[in-house]
Design a protein around this ligand. Structure first.
Ligand code: SF4
Ligand code: SF4
Length: 123
């Protein structure tokens, strides 16, 4: 398990990280099935080479460099990234359900603007 996309991506999902990734491991991309349906993008944990290029590209600080650095309140989103597999529709829907469950459980944080959510989680 490598880099993790977490909650600030919800409501942003601008794909800036996709363009920065040298190994094309962030999905779904805008031209891939399911892009419109997902709340966040996911990093394929096996494909990621831990280069860190996606982190500064994200405008809302949604990408954490490890499981340990991901705030406890977002730990379930680690699981969403872990189960995601490009092209596996079962894995895509499983990851998306985890994200939706997280959104339901954290209505307070979802009310915070995406650009401020990383700071809100750090408190
Ligand atoms: S750390 Fe590098 S390889 Fe991994 S998702 Fe980010 S840009 Fe892609
Ligand atoms: S750059 Fe950040 S907000 Fe944009 S899609 Fe990637 S993780 Fe989500």
């Amino acid at each position: 398990m490598a880099y993790v996309i977490a909650e600030p991506c919800i409501g942003t999902k601008d794909s800036a990280c996709v363009d920065a990734c040298p190994v094309d491991c962030i999905h779904p991309k805008k031209d891939e099935p399911g892009f419109d349906e997902v709340e966040i993008l996911n990093i394929e944990p096996v494909e990621c080479i831990d280069c860190g290029a996606c982190v500064p590209a994200c405008p809302v600080a949604a990408i954490y460099d490890s499981v340990d650095s991901t705030p406890p309140s977002q730990k379930e989103l680690i699981e969403a990234n872990a189960v995601y597999r490009e092209g596996d529709s079962g894995a895509v829907s499983q990851a998306e359900q985890i994200v939706k469950n997280h959104m339901s459980a954290h209505a307070d944080l979802m009310a915070v603007a995406p650009a401020e959510r990383a700071a809100a989680h750090a408190k």
